[in-house]
Design a protein around this ligand. Structure first.
Ligand code: G
Ligand code: G
Ligand code: NA
Ligand code: MN
Length: 254
């Protein structure tokens, strides 16, 4: 209950912040974009990771305003970086199940892009398989409306949900994100290597991009390159960084 009270106050008290982790081209090492990751700077508990408060936020109906704040903040930050002369990158925002089903999501996102003045092509939305699988018909319509604006759509944690592959051809998608649990032992575990190889082939034959998460070693990266993976994200290049640290990272990277 104390946590619930604190969470209700957090937006007003400006206790949320976004950290950013780069998405990198496997072959060239070029930074192509970044994922915005929500953090709660709690006055006593310190930096609280999203897994510890997003389920509660959904339960008590706070995910709407929090999600709106995340989307607006990430879009505004990206526009600011572009105005500062940094390269035009795409920012990825995570959507939970409740947010994805909120009334008029496509119209809401369009309004934010317009207000902020950010190209739709500079926004990516990450949703998990279970989010889109639940009521696939409705999900297909939402994704179509988002995609029609030029927004990129990624399937997060690909391979970990209970889903049928048939949704891949029903939905307007751009990228599959291979979950980091498959990447961890990729260079030593033949089964993980086979799964990752298959997901990359599947993505490419459906003309989708593919990004590997949780890349921590140059050995993993070399293996992913040999499998023709397009992009990667992970501690090898950078952990998620605060705004000033990510800015310094970007200036150094370009
Ligand atoms: O940042 P971290 O690596 O701890 O993220 C843990 C989980 O929290 C990830 O699954 C990520 O998708 C989710 N997450 C991070 N930021 C957000 C956000 O702004 N909104 C939602 N719905 N989930 C987020
Ligand atoms: O949305 P998703 O659940 O995939 O969120 C990404 C999570 O993975 C975040 O919590 C982020 O901090 C974490 N992460 C990002 N890169 C790495 C990495 O290289 N190794 C590990 N263990 N975690 C990572
Ligand atoms: Na994500
Ligand atoms: Mn993920």
């Amino acid at each position: 209950l104390a946590l619930e009270k604190a969470l209700r106050r957090a937006l007003d008290q400006r206790e949320f912040e976004l950290h950013y982790q780069p998405k990198v081209d496997v072959k060239s090492g070029q930074v192509l974009g970044m994922e915005a990751l929500l953090r709660w700077r709690h006055p006593e508990r310190g930096l609280v990771p999203p897994a510890e408060f997003i389920p509660l936020a959904e339960e008590i109906g706070l995910i709407g305003p929090i999600g709106a704040w995340v989307l607006e903040t990430a879009c505004r930050q990206n526009r600011d970086w572009q105005q500062q002369g940094l390269p035009k990158l795409r920012v990825a925002v995570n959507l939970s199940a409740v947010q994805f089903r909120q009334q008029n999501l496509p119209e809401f996102v369009a309004g934010v892009l317009k207000d902020v003045g950010l190209d739709a092509s500079c926004l990516e939305l990450e949703v998990t398989e279970s989010v889109v699988m639940h009521n696939a018909k409705e999900a297909a319509q939402i994704l179509e409306k988002l995609h029609a604006q030029g927004i990129h759509i990624s399937i997060d944690d690909f391979g970990t949900g209970y889903s049928s592959l048939s949704y891949l051809k029903q939905f307007r998608l751009d990228t599959l994100k291979i979950d980091r649990s498959f990447v961890r032992d990729i260079s030593s575990d033949a089964d993980d290597a086979a799964i990752v190889r298959s997901v990359i082939a599947l993505a490419h034959s459906l003309r989708l991009g593919v990004i590997a998460e949780g890349v921590e070693t140059s050995e993993q990266l070399a293996f992913l390159e040999s499998l023709d993976c397009d992009e990667y994200q992970g501690y090898l290049r950078s952990k998620p960084l605060s705004v000033p640290d990510f800015e310094a990272f970007l200036r150094d990277a370009i």
